[in-house]
Write a protein that binds this ligand. Structure first.
Ligand SMILES: [Zn+2]
Length: 266
């Protein structure tokens, strides 16, 4: 299942349109930075309006959130799921707080993705470029069982942002998790991987793949091309800009649904 980090209403509507065009289920997610800049109330209303006539299932997820107050806000707003990012806590604290978050979320019918090992790279101001906490797959699964969370986001060799050089990918570690637990495995840092690399992770048992950097790059590059055309023609029409960005993001998302094999599944 593809999960895209949207940044505004243009990208949000483009992902919903792409999912409907490809007949694919999709997860829309927002970083804490995006949730704070738009506001949880407005973002929730935008999502509800954008999916009101969707023919495919669309979920709303909060990405990497170490701040439990923001989690409480989106739980109250009725989002589908949250990633409680406890990778900056020691193991004992991470398990205890993850259990508290899971209890709160589950009481509202909301799922919890859990990260206790840090996936390297900084995403919208959250995270670190160095590995602060790394555990064995067995330790991560035991922590997941002890805290009662629903999805596991382990370190799989990927990183947030743009790769400089080829990463050392670990699909075999995803397979190790699959053998130890039936909790879905999430792959972060998907931007820049090849079709074959994505398929190796899917075959190894990864269920959710996050795409953030690729959306930002597609968004900004199409905006740049559109603005350059405005400069040439001296026609400055904002809706043309929005339509071009939305079209580029939609095409990008359809491509991922096809690579991930979710097209035609909704
Ligand atoms: Zn991530």
């Amino acid at each position: 299942m593809a999960a895209f980090n949207v940044v505004d209403d243009v990208s949000l509507r483009a992902i919903v349109a792409a999912a409907n065009r490809a007949s694919s289920p999709v997860i829309i997610q927002a970083s804490v930075k995006t949730a704070k800049s738009i506001g949880v109330g407005l973002l929730t209303a935008m999502f509800d309006a954008a999916v009101s006539d969707s023919r495919v299932p669309v979920a709303l997820h909060l990405d990497h959130c170490p701040d439990r107050r923001v989690i409480e806000d989106v739980v109250a707003a009725g989002w589908s799921s949250v990633l409680f990012d406890a990778s900056n806590r020691d193991l004992e604290t991470a398990i205890r707080e993850s259990r508290e978050v899971a209890e709160l979320a589950h009481a509202h019918g909301i799922g919890v993705e859990s990260e206790i090992e840090n996936i390297v790279g900084v995403e919208d101001g959250v995270g670190s470029d160095v590995i602060a906490h790394a555990y064995s797959a067995q330790q991560v699964v035991e922590a997941a069982q002890a805290s009662g969370i629903d999805l596991i986001a382990p370190q799989l060799g990927t990183a947030h942002g743009v790769y400089h050089g080829r990463p050392k990918l670990l699909p075999e570690r995803a397979r190790e998790f699959r053998a130890l637990s039936d909790k879905p495995i999430v792959l972060h840092g998907g931007t820049g991987l090849t079709t074959q690399e994505f398929q190796a992770f899917i075959e190894a048992g990864v269920s959710k793949i996050n795409i953030s950097t690729e959306l930002k790059m597609t968004y900004m590059k199409s905006a740049l091309a559109s603005l350059r055309r405005c400069e040439q023609t001296q026609e400055w029409d904002p809706p043309t800009l929005f339509n071009e960005i939305g079209g580029a993001v939609e095409t990008m998302a359809v491509g991922f649904f096809e690579i991930f094999g979710s097209a035609g599944r909704a």
